[in-house]
Design a protein around this ligand. Structure first.
Ligand code: 4NP
Length: 194
């Protein structure tokens, strides 16, 4: 009788374990399926003022999202609040226009802590933006979302997207650098999306 009870207990434990495992596998399968099929990336481009570099990065990425028919979102922000509510710098508007991209509707805003929740990828234009963002992060998950944008195309080199604000030159270079980085971001994450 005792032996029989032991078998019964072992059988019932086995059933319980396989039921839990089954549910876990179903959940895992669901999330993997969702991750592979429904992944919608949310990207935030960040510079200092949100009037020169990050609006260009947003405009370039938005154009590529549309070209590739991706279900992704992109926005931009500044680590400072110097230019809140302002349209992009005329020189950024001009270089974007030359490349058939309209960024005139964008308005500068300051990075907010809640952005860590809303975005999957936070792209800093230079090492100063990068360290300012890192200081704002409170948990590892938030730290992991912050990347130097040029590292997507020039891995591990920590190249800065030059700040063109104080000189008239550099906007073309900034555009070309961001175009290269945005192409790399698309290639890196596109395979996980529809
Ligand atoms: P951004 O450029 O960070 O690329 O928008 C700048 C815009 C404004 C200032 C500095 C950089 N500023 O000192 O006001």
């Amino acid at each position: 009788m005792q032996l029989c009870a032991n078998y019964k207990l072992a059988f019932s434990n086995l059933c319980q374990i396989s039921s839990i495992l089954g549910r876990k596998c179903l959940a895992l399968g669901f999330f993997t399926f969702r991750g592979l099929i429904l992944c919608s990336m949310k990207i935030l481009m960040v510079c200092l003022g949100n009037i020169c570099r990050s609006p260009l990065a947003e405009g370039i990425m938005q154009a590529k999202i549309e070209d590739h028919d991706l279900d992704w979102k992109v926005d931009s922000a500044g680590t400072s609040g110097y230019h809140i509510g302002q349209p992009p710098d005329e020189r950024s508007i001009l270089v974007a226009k030359k490349n058939n991209i309209d960024i005139t509707n964008q308005r500068a805003r300051q990075f907010a802590i809640e952005d860590f929740e809303h975005y999957d990828l936070i792209c800093a234009m230079d090492s100063s933006n990068f360290s300012n963002l890192k200081k704002k992060a409170q948990i590892q998950d938030q730290l992991d979302k912050i990347h130097m944008i040029m590292n997507f195309s020039q891995h591990g080199r920590n190249v800065n997207v030059i700040d063109p604000y104080y000189g008239d030159e550099g906007f073309e270079t900034v555009f070309n650098m961001l175009d290269e980085a945005c192409n790399a971001i698309i290639s890196r994450f596109k395979s996980n999306s529809i």
